[in-house]
Design a protein around this ligand. Structure first.
Ligand SMILES: CC1(C)[C@@H]2CC[C@@]1(C)[C@@H](OP(=O)([O-])OP(=O)([O-])[O-])C2
Ligand SMILES: [Mg+2]
Ligand SMILES: [Mg+2]
Ligand SMILES: [Mg+2]
Ligand SMILES: [Mg+2]
Ligand SMILES: [Mg+2]
Length: 547
């Protein structure tokens, strides 16, 4: 037969291979450390007593607990404190509010909204002049500007004052960037301008916040000790999970049998570190398998398969017809049986746990993904240049996040509600906007390499085809679309009509954060060698204990 010419993603073998992952070991799995942590938790718990300190100090403590990754241990106390602050400042028993500075007002706004209290944007009106602009004198208050900047990213549809606050603070912080004398504040501002706190995956930043917190003059040693210990215990747990995933991956033989695709155990696991709370350990393993199978499927469609092979493959998957796989090339047979095994493994986990059969739902989520992948492949093979709208209407699905979240719903929700599965089938808008953020972040980071090796025009290119924008202007336009998508996500997040349980909604919002974090410094997924910042962050997060 004529040799088929195939593209290549030029993906290198993983820098973290099987033996490296199996060799990971952490002393922090020891019982003594768990005991030490629980003693420290008692002490920190004492700091959270009602009325123990000024409101703003309580809010600062909560903000530190969250940034240091240990807030989940104190969730009830934190909720009580925020509830009483809400009641005293906004509730029925509220006293006339004493004038607070911008820092305290914005910190309170962000933490209360983050916990579901819908604080009106009008609380910032007292910082505006008679013309309705934010007072220029705020320019001296970098600490307050930073908090207002962070708060402004919780804006929802129609909140123009928060939109105004975001522009006002972004411009001023960028202008003042190089003459902030407080080193810690300067570090926080640099980081916030890279990615706002609301949009970053907390887990990926705990290590950074730990190092920053340790340098602060007002650092609380007890808090710092607990945070470091908790980080190392979390990391020890993560390493155990990575070993399981790595053994499963080796056993599937997919990296060996389909060498053209990305072999990225650690990066795939990074996608699922957004699955909180931590005790979803087994579910996080199953979720990682979904990401790894999506990656191989994406490379089959994007890089390796011929149009003829894709047509055969697509038909088999749309019918989920295991009897007819002989007509597929062997690499597709291997993939499909591996996919079917994982679908059955997830279905079995839920059947055992809840007595519900979800196989048709799981298969549908993969059929939908192949539908979206196939559309891109047909566009590419026929040289079609879709409009930005045509592309994005398909690409929020082809980024794989709806397929992933659809299955995460079943993994983190017990009991599963019939009503919700209807919304899942149509991919509720909250899933769409989270996926859109991941897609746009992915395109800004990966489109260059993808276009070089041959791939469907991405959002950046579609925008350039429709306008006379340069590549950089097109990327900037995509970043603005990301903020628009966050506004929609924030709106759905707090709307009472959202038919999903809180824990699932948290995971949906976190997936947008994962998408923004993994592509923050370029393609942190496909090309490990060049994106060293991503690699360094993953190593400090997953492999290197903090001293
Ligand atoms: C898990 C994923 C988000 C999904 C499969 C691998 C990814 C990292 C990404 O890979 P990419 O090739 O950039 O996707 P696309 O641009 O071809 O859709 C799409
Ligand atoms: Mg793709
Ligand atoms: Mg791809
Ligand atoms: Mg593609
Ligand atoms: Mg991409
Ligand atoms: Mg890529």
């Amino acid at each position: 037969t004529a040799t088929v010419s195939r593209r290549s993603g030029n993906y290198e073998p993983s820098v973290w291979d099987f033996n490296f992952i199996q060799s990971l070991n952490s002393t922090y799995t020891g019982e003594c450390y768990a005991k030490q942590a629980s003693e420290l938790k008692q002490q920190v718990d004492g700091m959270l007593q009602e009325g123990a300190m000024e409101q703003v100090d309580q809010l600062e403590l909560i903000d530190n607990l969250q940034n240091l990754g240990i807030a989940p241990h104190f969730q009830d106390k934190i909720k009580q404190i925020l509830e009483s602050i809400y009641q005293s400042n906004y509730g029925a028993t509220h006293k006339p509010k004493q004038m607070k500075d911008l820092h305290a007002t914005a910190l309170e706004f962000r933490l209360l909204r983050q916990h579901g209290f819908h604080i009106p944007q009008e609380i910032f009106d007292c910082f505006k002049n008679e013309k309705g602009d934010f007072k220029a004198s705020l320019g001296e208050d970098t600490k307050g500007l930073l908090q207002l900047y962070e708060a402004s990213f919780l804006l929802t549809e129609g909140e123009s004052s928060l939109e105004q606050a975001r522009e006002f603070t972004t411009n001023l912080l960028q202008e003042n960037l190089n003459n902030i004398d407080d080193d810690n504040l300067s570090l926080l501002v640099h980081r916030a301008l890279e990615l706002p706190r609301h949009c970053m995956l907390l887990r990926a930043n705990v290590r950074w916040f730990l190092d920053a917190y340790g340098r602060r003059p007002d650092m609380n040693p007890t808090l710092f000790e607990l945070a470091k210990l908790d980080f190392n215990i979390y990391q020890a747990n993560v390493q155990q999970e990575l070993k399981h995933i790595s053994s499963w991956w080796k056993e599937t033989g997919l990296a060996e049998k389909l060498p053209f695709s990305r072999d990225r155990v650690v990066e795939s696991y990074f996608w699922t570190t957004g699955i909180e709370p931590l005790e979803q350990g087994h579910e996080r393993l199953l979720s990682t398998k979904i990401i790894m199978l999506e990656t191989v499927l994406d490379d089959i469609f994007d890089v390796y398969a011929t149009p003829e092979e894709l047509q055969l493959f697509y038909d088999v998957i749309q019918r989920w017809d295991l009897e007819s796989i002989e007509k597929l090339p062997i690499y597709m047979q291997i993939y499909f049986v591996a996919l079917n095994n994982t679908v059955n493994e997830i279905a079995y986990h839920i059947l055992k746990q809840q007595g519900v059969v979800i196989i048709p739902h799981l298969r549908k989520s993969w059929m939908d993904l192949c539908e979206a992948y196939m559309k891109e492949a047909v566009w590419y093979n026929n040289g079609v240049k879709p409009s930005l709208k045509e592309y994005l209407d398909n690409a929020w699905i082809s980024v794989g996040v709806p397929t992933f979240l659809y299955q995460v719903y079943f993994l983190v929700t017990n009991p599963i509600e019939k009503e919700a599965t209807k919304y899942l089938d149509e991919y509720h808008d909250i899933i769409r906007w989270s996926s859109m953020i991941a897609r746009l972040a992915d395109d800004v980071a990966t489109a260059g390499d993808e276009l070089e090796r041959g791939d469907v025009p991405k959002s950046v290119q579609c925008y350039m085809n429709e306008t006379s924008a340069s590549d950089e202007e097109a990327r900037e336009a995509m970043r603005l679309l990301i903020w628009e998508a966050w506004k929609k996500l924030n709106t759905y997040r707090i709307s009472s009509s959202c038919p999903f349980p809180e824990v699932f909604i948290q995971n949906v919002v976190n997936l947008a954060r994962v998408g923004q974090s993994i592509y923050q410094y370029g393609d942190g997924y496909g090309y490990q060698h060049f994106e060293t910042k991503n690699k360094d962050r993953m190593m400090s997060m997953l492999f290197d204990p903090v001293a």
